[in-house]
Design a protein around this ligand. Structure first.
Ligand code: CA
Length: 400
């Protein structure tokens, strides 16, 4: 299948991808668009449904999987059959001419901790005298509730946060800008269809609720986190900003990426056992100021997005359109597969060297981090998830 739209070779945004986002043409209000190559198709202009005139994907996502499949089929037809070209061309906007916005209003945000390698590495560094994994880790997807109001779209500057920290040898905590600002390369899952309170979502029902996938950077202030996290988990060390990509790749585009997850031992409880494989063979890449510093393999994640959704609702908690849940930092077994600077530099002990010769332990002001990812397609090609990029702005002292 090929499109009449000019798609640059290897762009990863061909006809088999078709991710959704929110864009504003010049001097016009934001609305729903689909990316094809380096252009955006204005869905409000070509499909007869007011949901596409909204400045958020939430109303469309709430329409459910049958409607998502219909729209995907319609758009695929429009972009492949030459007969539509004349009508559609005025509704195609070059990417540099538009402004991209946060693709959906984030309802609740949960962040998991589902990479065995990441959890083991962090355990070794934060609790060197204990077993790296806590006794619960292999029995349930450990997670925490994050701050949905500070989820920002790719490209938004991230200000270095202030906070309370305490060095191990200090007698009292002190206050100031974080000195250990870090990244976490993650994959986020976006809920479209709500569930009712009291009705858990079965592990094999993930595709009835989850609309699509974004890349996430869970910015983390390690010094703030290390002092605050006991015993209730991360809070201000992460709540200052979480970046997501501007494009939501629908699950339908990722069918060829589905793989069985790693063997789970011990066998999880029945509510976490599914018949369908929901591992995803996504290849991530982390770039720091243009230097590739890591290539985390998502296929190695221990807990799947289906298990995470089942776990999130097994107590009767409901989900809503716009709920976002992230995988946790994606880290593989090799050093150059780790998804955080904490792990890549082993808590600052082993600095990275960038292509300009400079070295990094944690992030400096002005540093730009990009996370990109690709997924295999049925015909042997690769599609690309929306990039997530952010640049660190200097701390502005709060008025105290
Ligand atoms: Ca995280």
């Amino acid at each position: 299948m090929s499109t009449w739209v000019a798609v640059p070779e290897g762009s990863g945004f061909g006809i088999d991808n078709l991710p959704y986002g929110i864009f504003a043409p010049p001097d016009a209000p934001a609305r729903v668009g689909i990316r094809i190559g380096d252009q955006v198709l204005d869905l409000a202009a070509v499909l007869d449904d007011t949901v596409f005139a909204a400045a958020t994907l939430n109303p469309f996502m709430a329409q459910g999987p049958r409607r998502w499949a219909d729209v995907r089929a319609q758009v695929t037809d429009l972009l492949t059959d030459e007969c539509h070209r004349e009508r559609l061309e005025p509704a195609l906007w070059p990417l540099p001419s538009v402004t991209l916005a946060l693709p959906f209003a984030v309802a609740d945000y949960v962040d998991y901790y589902s990479s065995l390698q990441h959890a083991s590495n962090v355990g070794r560094m934060f609790r060197p005298d204990e077993e790296p994994l806590k006794p619960n880790w292999r029995h349930l997807p450990v997670g925490y509730h994050g701050r949905s109001g500070t989820v920002v779209v790719s490209g938004t500057p991230v200000m270095r946060p202030h906070g309370q920290t305490k060095a191990p040898d200090a007698t009292a905590p002190s206050f100031g800008p974080t000195r250990r600002l870090d990244i976490e390369a993650e994959v986020g899952f976006v809920v479209g269809v709500a569930s009712r309170m009291g009705d858990p979502i079965a592990v094999d029902a993930v595709a009835e609720h989850v609309f699509g996938v974004v890349l996430c950077n869970d910015w983390s202030a390690r010094d703030i986190q290390a002092w605050e996290y006991v015993p209730l988990g991360p809070c201000l060390g992460k709540s200052f900003a979480t970046s997501i990509s501007a494009w939501v790749v629908p699950l339908a585009a990722l069918q060829a990426a589905r793989v069985p997850p790693p063997v789970q031992d011990p066998t999880p409880l029945p509510y976490l056992q599914g018949a369908e494989p929901w591992g995803l063979n996504l290849a991530l890449e982390v770039q720091l100021n243009g230097t590739v510093v890591s290539r985390p393999p998502f296929a190695e994640m221990y807990w799947t997005p289906a298990q995470q959704l089942a776990h999130m609702t097994v107590n009767g908690a409901s989900v809503r359109a716009g709920d976002l849940y992230a995988s946790g930092t994606v880290s593989g077994a090799e050093r150059d597969q780790r998804g955080s600077l904490l792990e890549l530099t082993w808590n600052g002990a082993e600095p990275l060297t960038l292509s300009d010769g400079s070295t990094r332990t944690f992030l400096e002001d002005g540093d730009t981090v990009s996370i990109i990812a690709t997924a295999p397609t049925a015909n042997g090609g690769r599609i690309r998830l929306g990039d997530v990029t952010g640049t660190i702005a200097p701390a502005t002292p709060p008025t105290l």
